[in-house]
Every structure is written in C-alpha cells, then in structure tokens.
Design a protein around this ligand. Structure first.
Ligand code: IPE
Ligand code: IPE
Ligand code: MG
Length: 242
C-alpha cells in the first residue's frame, strides 16, 4: 500500500446484532467487541498508523436500558485495567475525549491513570471517545474560545476556523473514517473533524472486524484521490481534456 492513513477514526457498531444473530445476549456482543478492538489496536501499530480514535460510548447511548449502560461502563473499566500494561509496553499513548466528569469516580480514576501512565509514549495515539458527542464538543470549544478571547480582550474578529479547532477535544483531522455494522451515518461522531475525511462503511458487525477486514478499509483508502476541492489535473493525475 502506498498511502496509509495517518489518523483512523472508527464507529464500532453492530455488537448487539452480532450477538442476536448467534442467539446470544447483547452483553456477549459487547465482550466480543473488546477483542475486536484489541486486534484493531495491534493491527494499527502493525500498519504504522499514528492515531486511532474509537467511539466507545456516545452521549446518546445513555438512552439505552439502564442495565446495558451499566454493563458497558463496567466492561470499559475492566478492559482498561486489564489492557493498560500491555498497551504501555507497546508504547501506546492513551487519551480520552468526551465528558468523563459525569462518570463514577472509579472510571474517572482509571482513565486518568491510563492517560498519565502512557503520556510519554510515542507509538500509536489511541483516543477513546466516551460520553462523547460532536455537537457538544463544538459548543464546549466555542465556550472555551469565548473565555480565551475575553481574557485577552479580543473580539469576534479573532474567531477563526483555526482558533476554534485548537479548542476542540480532538484538534486533529482523521484521514479515514470506518463504520462497521451496516448503518451509513455519523451518529454525532467528530462532526467538525470529518469535513474532509474519507468514509468507509461495511456491513461487517464490529466483533467480526478482523485484520483482513481492516486491510480492506485501508486498501479502499489507498485507492482514493483526495482532492480537497481541486481538480485531478491540478494534482497531476488522470489528465482529462475540458
Ligand atoms: C456498538 O454496538 C456498541 C455501542 C454503541 C456501545 P451496538 O450496541 O450499537 O450494536 P447494535 O447496533 O445494536 O447491533
Ligand atoms: C454509535 O453507535 C455509537 C458507538 C458506536 C459508540 P449507535 O449504535 O449508538 O448509533 P445509532 O443509534 O445506530 O445511530
Ligand atoms: Mg448500534
């Protein structure tokens, strides 16, 4: 492959349907989803990807039955505690986006410890979106920018795309977006950041997303021409007459 994305963002969807299709409870799907995430992290390292951002729990997922929400949070804490040593050994740097402050103290501590322990690592950046919503992120960024500008006695003329970007939870743009599970939507993930990201949707349920499926997404990315508004001719490829 010639072009490997620097930053991949994934909506890991389809755990529930994967379990249903096997006559298993949804919980089994979420557990299998953790194994798929471990494999995806390993393969991202293998393929030289610099940043992997994964959607673990959306701000809308609170609307699920209480028992499922509780299970998801419990699985998250357990997985983080189980995996942190291995991630650290593999030079992975962990960070978190989304509003963590509403979670039980145990979860907040686990995330803070994981981020602190791995902060000096310079391998894969693993960004975990938990209680994350793209619209809320933009509103929070506006609030932070507003405070920063009033502090510096600056007015609205200092508001720019670049100034707002710097206030985002994730001030970086993914090159490739992957969504498993068959739905063709963003579901409030990284609304600002995805403006020029290449999109890849697959029907494969998240627990079945293995190295081969990941490579299919990377191959699809490799074959794309990113024009950012320009023409192919300007990029010096696929010359066509007017
Ligand atoms: C993704 O799988 C996991 C989370 C949203 C936390 P789902 O639980 O949404 O699985 P489906 O979409 O119901 O199959
Ligand atoms: C998106 O999946 C959120 C995560 C994968 C964490 P959902 O299953 O919640 O999305 P919708 O509700 O189908 O849009
Ligand atoms: Mg879903």
């Amino acid at each position: 492959m010639e072009n490997t994305p620097r930053h991949v963002a994934i909506v890991m969807d389809g755990n529930g349907r994967w379990a249903n299709s096997r006559g298993l409870p949804r919980a089994a799907g979420h557990k299998a989803g953790i194994d798929a995430l471990r494999g995806t992290v390993e393969h991202s390292i293998c393929r030289g990807i610099k940043t992997l951002t994964v959607y673990v729990f959306s701000s809308e997922n609170w609307q699920r039955p209480h028992a499922e929400v509780a299970l998801l949070l419990e699985l998250f804490i357990t997985a983080l505690d189980d995996e942190i040593d291995e991630l650290h050994k593999n030079n992975v740097r962990l960070s978190f986006i989304g509003d963590i402050s509403v979670f039980p103290e145990e979860l907040q501590l686990s995330t803070q410890t994981a981020a602190r322990t791995t902060s000096a690592n310079n391998g894969l950046n693993l960004v975990i979106a938990i209680n994350y919503g793209g619209r809320t992120e933009i509103v929070s960024a506006c609030k932070r920018l507003f405070s920063a500008l009033s502090g510096e006695n600056k007015g609205s003329e200092a508001v720019s795309e670049e100034a707002l970007r710097r206030q985002l939870d994730l001030p970086d743009y993914p090159d490739l977006f992957i969504r498993t599970g068959g739905e063709v939507r963003i579901s409030n993930f990284l609304l600002w950041q995805l403006a020029y990201t290449e999109m890849y949707f697959t029907d494969v349920y998240w627990p079945d997303f293995n190295h081969a499926e990941y490579d299919k997404a990377l191959q699809s990315y490799d074959g794309r021409q990113r024009r950012f508004g320009r023409t192919s001719e300007q990029l010096g490829q696929h010359e066509t007459a007017l």
